[in-house]
Design a protein around this ligand. Structure first.
Ligand SMILES: [Zn+2]
Length: 470
């Protein structure tokens, strides 16, 4: 990490970029490149940045100090810089992150995907809690008004948040759920709560919060009994998708593999409710509702039984600038969606025990490379150098690790990027009304992690570490 950040190409091109854009590297506080790279990707996710800036106004006025408030504060700090380029120290955010999650409270390197997954889930949860508080406050306020003595301090607090910006309730999400006033633990445990916020009237998808409206998609596992042909479906929501990878393939191929069917037989038979017995079956995972922003995690850190440790798979996985997803469930309302790549978190290094994270982002048709405190313009072609290596032993160690795609049809009011339109205005594809989801009762509070167990295992502490900076 040099003391003089290099940004020659950026300095030259900065005049051609919109004045509202600021390109700031982030200081590394000791192995925080996992954090910096993901933060940059999220900052250049136009709708996410915009909602964060809106949330900042609300959170700051009510003195909130949670992880989301710190994230929004960081985005605000970058976007309100006087200079166009520079370095920012995300002190408050990193301190808060280390304070709220033991996993990140050390100087070790962390898994960037684990961090992304945590940050999105935590932000969504904080917004949900906020919604519940607002709903309670409004209820109390309404009761107070009905009582006549309408000069409650609580009410004044409530209105101050609504001033100017979007209303506090709408800010938290698209819907205020009247039932949301019950305790958090109860809400999390109740199986019925799972469906809430997922399907509104007529089966239309209603995101719980703006984090969900941006990142959430729905997977469905379809299991067909080989005896009676009955189809059993189970839905799972996700904020990012983890893909198994194969040497010399592509993201599209990985997505196809993801949906390929898996036989259930032998010891692994399926209990068919129609047959009332264990039967051979075929199961496949499909994306039933594609998210507006698709965060794809390539599972490059694999536990190898024989070695008793994690190994990095530097496989060559080509990822296109434009991705068309067609392998959705038959029942999906919108089977095809076109996506454009806008950020790539890249893992640099040959093994899981040492490495570094950098981030490539697209901003106004330019590609930029963020490497902690340095930022510079790069050629679009440099993305290809992050596909990985077709050879086991040699080749590039810079490998795409998390890919961020935005649906072209989302936020249609802001066609390209850095959208001005509110994600709440997004034309969210609706789930087919006929397809009532059988939500998994085992799903945790809100967002089940996709393949939670294996993800947690692969993202164990200290894998990979950040010792070899290039
Ligand atoms: Zn059956």
């Amino acid at each position: 990490m040099g003391n003089t950040p290099s940004r020659k190409a950026l300095d030259k091109a900065i005049g051609a970029l919109p004045e509202s854009e600021h390109y700031f590297g982030l200081e590394n506080f000791g192995n925080t490149c996992y954090c910096n790279s993901v933060l940059q990707a999220l900052y250049y996710c136009g709708p996410f940045r915009q909602r964060c800036l809106e949330h900042h106004a609300v959170a700051a006025s009510s003195g909130e100090d949670d992880l989301l408030a710190c994230l929004c504060d960081l985005f605000r700090a970058i976007s309100s810089q006087k200079r166009r380029c520079g370095v920012h120290a995300p002190r408050r955010f990193v301190a808060k992150l280390r304070g709220v999650n033991e996993l990140f409270n050390n100087q070790m390197h962390q898994d960037a995907h684990e961090f992304l997954n945590y940050l999105l889930n935590e932000s969504a949860e904080l917004l949900e809690k906020r919604q519940k508080r607002e709903a309670m406050r409004q209820k109390d306020g309404a009761a107070g008004e009905a009582g006549g003595a309408a000069r409650g301090g609580a009410e004044a607090g409530g209105t101050s948040e609504g001033g100017g910006g979007p209303s506090a309730a709408a800010e938290g999400g698209e819907v205020v759920r009247p039932g949301g006033a019950d305790g958090e633990a109860g809400g999390a445990a109740a199986g019925g709560d799972e469906d809430e916020g997922k399907e509104g009237e007529g089966g239309a998808y209603v995101p719980k919060t703006w984090v969900h409206s941006i990142f959430e998609g729905v997977l469905t596992s379809e299991t067909r009994c080989m005896c009676c042909e009955a189809l059993t479906t189970r839905d799972e929501r996700f904020l990012d998708l983890s893909l198994e990878i194969e040497q010399n393939s592509s993201v599209s191929a990985c997505m196809r593999n993801f949906s390929s069917s898996e036989p259930l037989r032998g010891d692994n038979k399926f209990f068919c409710d129609t047959c009332c017995s264990l039967q051979e079956a075929k199961r496949c995972m499909r994306v039933k509702r594609l998210p507006n922003v698709l965060a794809l995690h390539l599972k490059r850190f694999k536990y190898v039984e024989q070695l008793q440790r994690f190994k990095k798979l530097s496989y060559r996985i080509a990822f296109p600038l434009e991705l068309k997803l067609t392998n959705t469930a038959e029942t999906a309302a919108e089977p095809d969606r076109k996506y454009s790549l806008f950020a790539v978190v890249v893992h640099v290094g040959a093994g899981p025990s040492h490495g570094h994270y950098i981030c490539l982002v697209r901003s106004h048709k330019h590609w930029l490379l963020f490497d902690d405190d340095t930022v510079d313009l790069v050629e679009e072609g440099s993305l290809q150098s992050c596909f990985g290596s077709a050879l086991e032993s040699a080749g590039s160690t810079e490998t795409g690790y998390i890919l961020f795609y935005q649906a072209d049809d989302a936020w249609s009011a802001a066609p390209s990027e850095e959208g001005e339109a509110s994600p709440s205005a997004a034309a969210s594809p609706a789930t087919s009304p006929g397809q009532k989801s059988n939500s998994s009762p085992s799903s945790p509070s809100s967002i089940p992690r996709w393949q939670g167990a294996s993800t947690a295992a692969s993202a164990s502490r200290g894998v990979p570490s950040c010792t070899a900076k290039h």
